[in-house]
Ligand binder design. Structure first.
Ligand code: PMP
Length: 392
């Protein structure tokens, strides 16, 4: 038996393929709404000034590159815990480890959930494509519920709740903490409370994917829904990515947390995260987490970071408002885009529309119609809305 010939065919990530297509187009007025990274008003993804300052500090003070351990840097975990979860009772019920990005945090979470081979994880549709790969790879059974309909731009909280009603005690439910990818759809405080109620009553395990905190309504505000549910849950998991909130993408910085009822349980959770970390990447890379710790642990840098994140957020929200305003001329239901949050919205376009936009207008987006609003400069909004609007 040959090894390689027997492997399944794997297509490259469609977003990365799109990036290549974009790079090879020589049009000067091309627009990339595909890849999910923040861009400033000049189209760049800059290193944040708070991060540069932290790196400078690290270069001056770091005196060893020796191993840290599979749990990563405890001071990073502790500072991030307080920043993300605040000072309430939830924080006392949490323990976490540093991970290589949000992806590894999700993978470690999937591994501990999959220890029980009978467990199901409930995933809303649509969702970030990698969720299915991560949870499928570890052998969890996946059930889906409809979360959002791009045609009507409606969020189906009712369908989500009735799916959770039909779940078994001990099933996991995947929730996006804020800034839903790919839809931007936000849910109300009442909806979060209703989720919290069913989670507590049925003994479900919420798993929060928190990858865009601070790019929605505000860093603290973006955690409010998650905290409502965590306050009600017996046990829960949170996967955090620092890729967007600190613009650290390639530094692979994140954390995985368990919420539990006793120090013994929490220690078990962390020890199992560490076990799975050791068996795959051994330990997380140090640099990104050291940067985040040097930002959050220093009042001056922390203030700089808060301000920079606020200006990123307001740029995305300015584009969002302008785009919703123009698109709703062509399709009134797209005024809903204004009430969504984060970098993404999911437009009701067909793959043929997407090809047309790319070939005729030099506007790039994946076939799903997910647009990264940060890919637009404010002066491009009219042109892009007209091109898209005519197809709606
Ligand atoms: N979750 C979601 C919803 C995401 O969009 C992403 C990044 N695209 C991640 C998790 C993982 O981010 P990373 O591993 O780059 O930190």
């Amino acid at each position: 038996q040959y090894l390689l010939a027997g492997l399944p065919d794997r297509k490259p990530d469609p977003l990365l393929a799109l990036l290549k297509k974009f790079a090879s187009n020589e049009r000067l007025d091309k627009i990339d709404l595909g890849v999910g990274v923040y861009r400033d008003g000049t189209g760049r993804t800059p290193v944040m000034a708070a991060v540069k300052s932290a790196e400078h500090h690290l270069w001056e003070t770091q005196d060893t590159k020796s191993y840290i351990g599979p749990e990563g840097d405890p001071s990073f975990v502790s500072l991030l815990t307080h920043e993300v979860f605040g000072e309430g009772t939830v924080t006392e019920k949490l323990a976490g480890v540093q991970t290589p990005g949000g992806t590894a945090a999700l993978r470690l979470s999937a591994e501990i959930l999959a220890h029980d081979k009978d467990r199901t994880i409930w995933i809303g549709t649509p969702t970030w494509a990698n969720h299915n790969a991560i949870f499928g790879t570890v052998g969890l059974s996946i059930k889906t519920y409809r979360f959002f309909d791009p045609r009507s731009q409606a969020v189906h909280v009712d369908e989500m709740l009735s799916a959770f009603e039909s779940a078994q005690s001990g099933d996991a439910i995947l929730l996006h903490a804020s800034c839903h990818n790919p839809t931007g759809a936000a849910i109300s405080k009442e909806a979060w409370s209703a989720i919290a109620e069913v989670v507590a009553r049925k003994g479900l395990i919420p798993l929060f994917d928190n990858a865009y905190q601070g790019l929605g309504r505000g860093f603290v505000q973006d955690a409010e829904g998650m905290l409502i549910v965590l306050n009600a849950a017996d046990e829960a998991i949170v996967a955090i990515s620092c890729s967007k909130s600190f613009s650290l993408y390639r530094e692979r910085t994140g954390a995985a947390f368990v919420l539990g009822n006793s120090a013994t349980d929490l220690n078990k959770g962390v020890a199992n995260f560490a076990y799975h970390a050791r068996a795959s990447y051994s330990m997380p890379p140090a640099h990104g987490a050291a940067i985040v710790a040097a930002v959050l642990g220093d009042p001056g840098r922390r203030k700089l970071w808060i301000d920079e994140l606020a200006s990123m957020r307001s740029r995305v929200s300015e584009i969002r408002t302008a785009l919703a305003d123009r698109l709703s001329i062509y399709a009134p239901r797209l005024s809903a885009v204004a009430g969504q949050e984060g970098m993404f919205s999911l437009l009701p376009v067909t793959p043929e529309n997407v090809t047309h936009l790319r070939e005729v207008h030099g506007i790039y987006m994946p076939d799903s119609g997910r647009v990264n609003l940060a890919g637009l400069r404010i002066e491009q909004v009219d042109l892009a809305s007209q091109a898209i609007g005519e197809l709606l």
